[in-house]
Design a protein around this ligand. Structure first.
Ligand code: SPV
Ligand code: MG
Length: 294
């Protein structure tokens, strides 16, 4: 029988499709499972969200080993494609291509690399955002493409020129260089609120390769505008983590203040729901089948 398309093949098809696709942020096995269960066809393993969930800053405080350990849980918990936020690749081309091979062995479908310097800082911090040398970053993209284990694996080049105030011309120039170096898609990032520069970029880019965006600050713009502009993939980049922070803070404050659970209990999922969601029944069935084979 024909094999179903691999996760990487599905991710590649989503990028190539004429309609827009939506990726949801996840930061561990549970949030990945929740995102898939809600119907998202793919997952964004966000550096910001994974760092935050582990209680460290999105400033490359996490090691690659710690990232890979988290991503392994996310792969195990799901069947949809996962795009991993690889930041700057944790060093030079050599560190980046090793990361690509490690991600490939885990079953990850794509890595996103941004044209900044290691250690990176989150794009929404007011600090300066020094950009990588363009030729050096092109070499990093090429090294990753030359090293991937699976032909369908995608390397997404993230352009930070707009975030660092370099303007549309430089953003377009860099995006074109990264495309020529082998990037399968370009992620154009922006921290404006009106989405204008992303729409301008999309118009000028004119579909040279698939475009990826993350409307964290420009969430007020309806997704139809980006769909009409030809955006291939839209990432909801951090909302699961931010929801978790809010919910955990509220529940901790309430339990501490009330010295009891009466106020929070109605707002919690039951323990039984957690058992159901993690499919404890499967383990019962497997125990019957395997614990005494004859
Ligand atoms: C992330 O989710 O870690 C990202 C996207 O890189 S952003 O935080 O918008 O820079
Ligand atoms: Mg990130």
């Amino acid at each position: 029988p024909a094999q179903p398309p691999s996760r990487s093949a599905r991710l590649r098809a989503m990028l190539a499709a004429p309609e827009i696709s939506f990726l949801m942020e996840a930061h561990n096995g549970l949030s990945a499972r929740i995102a898939q269960h809600a119907g998202f066809p793919g997952i964004w393993a966000s550096g910001f969200a994974i760092s935050t969930a582990l209680g460290v800053r999105d400033s490359n405080e996490l090691s690659t080993k710690e990232l890979l350990d988290t991503v392994a849980f996310m792969v195990d918990a799901t069947t949809v494609p996962i795009v991993v936020d690889g930041d700057t690749g944790y060093g030079n081309f050599n560190n980046a291509r090793r990361l690509v091979r490690q991600l490939g062995r885990l079953g990850v479908s794509a890595v996103c690399l941004e044209d900044k310097l290691f250690p990176k800082t989150n794009s929404f911090l007011g600090t300066g955002q020094p950009l990588a040398d363009e030729r050096e970053f092109c070499g990093k993209i090429r090294a990753c493409k030359d090293s991937q284990l699976d032909a369908e694996f995608c390397v997404v080049a993230r352009v930070e020129a707009l975030v660092s105030g370099r303007g549309l011309t430089e953003a377009l120039h860099r995006a074109e260089s990264y495309r020529r170096a082998g990037a399968d898609a370009v992620f154009i990032h922006s921290k404006q609120q009106d989405g204008r520069e992303v729409l301008d970029f999309a118009r000028e880019w004119a579909g040279r390769c698939p475009l990826v965006i993350t409307p964290t600050t420009y969430h007020g713009v309806g997704v139809d505008a980006f769909e009409r502009a030809g955006v291939a993939m839209l990432i909801w980049a951090n909302q699961n983590m931010r929801a978790a922070v809010l919910a955990m803070r509220q529940v901790c404050q309430s339990i501490a203040a009330n010295r009891g659970l009466t106020a929070v209990e109605p707002a919690l999922v039951s323990v039984q729901e957690v058992f159901d969601f993690l499919d404890y029944d499967e383990l019962d069935a497997a125990t019957l089948r395997y614990s005494s084979w004859h």
